[in-house]
Design a protein around this ligand. Structure first.
Ligand code: IPE
Ligand code: IPE
Ligand code: MG
Length: 265
């Protein structure tokens, strides 16, 4: 869903916003490329998998912070369609880790009213993980807390191809007139259907690329890149990212900043 060019005076989900940030201009949706687990571990002389373990703690911390600070949605990149190219041991460890963490954290996600979804080509994941994903999605689907989207076996190009296939199927069946396919119809076939586009993309570990993440949805996101490695990401790093976001002038192709529109309203 594209970002409405309206003021956010109706945004009343303001949580305990940290000092130095403007509570009226918090990003509504943050997307996160959680990168640098392997380097974090290697720098400590540990195997890469220890970095992934520490990455889970950073994720729990970040989800709680976003929820406490009134962020409406957090979409994280957990495993890309390209990550299968890693050594089998690392891939197997990651799949087992996703299963363990989901099993262990489901109760507290539910208590904290988190609505969890998994975005990606889920059919090829191990069947135990698929079952846990279905259970967690169904259990939390009515929750009114933060939207927590975990991109697992996710690739932006694959998502676009899937959307094109679904639209083609509907057209071939006679259910959809191709001339009626516009940006909203297209977006309704993406994994993120119904979610506002991210306002802010954060990538940790200093890499300056988007690595096939949310190719459609990031069209007008502000980008913050930090050298912090994902396992070290904390409240200070998140506050810095949001302060950077709040210093930007979002114009969406126009001439006046949407921020000034917030300020006037
Ligand atoms: C990100 O950390 C986690 C996943 C891609 C699963 P990396 O594993 O990519 O860590 P680096 O980039 O090698 O340090
Ligand atoms: C992006 O990180 C994918 C995830 C964080 C899950 P990568 O480490 O896979 O990206 P590249 O290979 O550096 O582009
Ligand atoms: Mg990496």
């Amino acid at each position: 869903m594209s970002r409405p060019s309206v003021s956010r005076t109706d945004f009343n989900n303001v949580g305990a916003c940290p000092t130095g940030l403007d509570p009226r201009r918090m990003p509504e949706h943050i997307a996160m490329i959680m990168d640098g687990n392997g380097r974090w571990a290697e720098a400590k002389g540990l195997p890469r998998i220890m970095g992934h373990r520490a990455g889970v703690e950073a994720l729990k911390r970040t989800l709680r912070l976003c929820s406490d600070w009134g962020i409406g949605a957090l979409t994280v990149y957990a495993f890309s369609t390209e990550n299968w190219a890693r050594p089998g041991d690392e891939v197997n460890f990651l799949m087992a880790l996703f299963e363990r963490v989901l099993q262990r954290e489901l109760d507290s996600l539910q208590q904290e009213k988190v609505r969890i979804k998994f975005l990606g080509d889920l059919q090829v994941l191990p069947s135990k993980l698929q079952n846990l994903i279905s259970e967690a999605t169904a259990l939390t689907s009515e929750n009114n807390g933060i939207h927590f989207n975990v991109c697992t076996n996710y690739g932006g190009r694959r998502e676009l191809v899937f959307a094109a296939q679904k639209l083609a199927e509907r057209s071939a069946k006679g259910d959809l007139d191709p001339s009626l396919i516009d940006e909203n119809v297209f977006a309704s076939e993406l994994f993120t259907a119904g979610e506002l586009d991210p306002d802010l993309l954060i990538r940790t570990s200093g890499e300056r690329r988007i690595s096939n993440f949310l190719l459609w949805q990031l069209a007008y996101a502000e980008i913050h890149i930090t050298d912090t490695l994902w396992p070290d990401f904390d409240a200070t790093a998140l506050r810095e990212a949001i302060a950077d976001y709040q210093s930007r002038h979002r114009r969406f192709g126009g001439l006046s900043s949407i921020d000034s529109c917030y300020a006037e309203s």
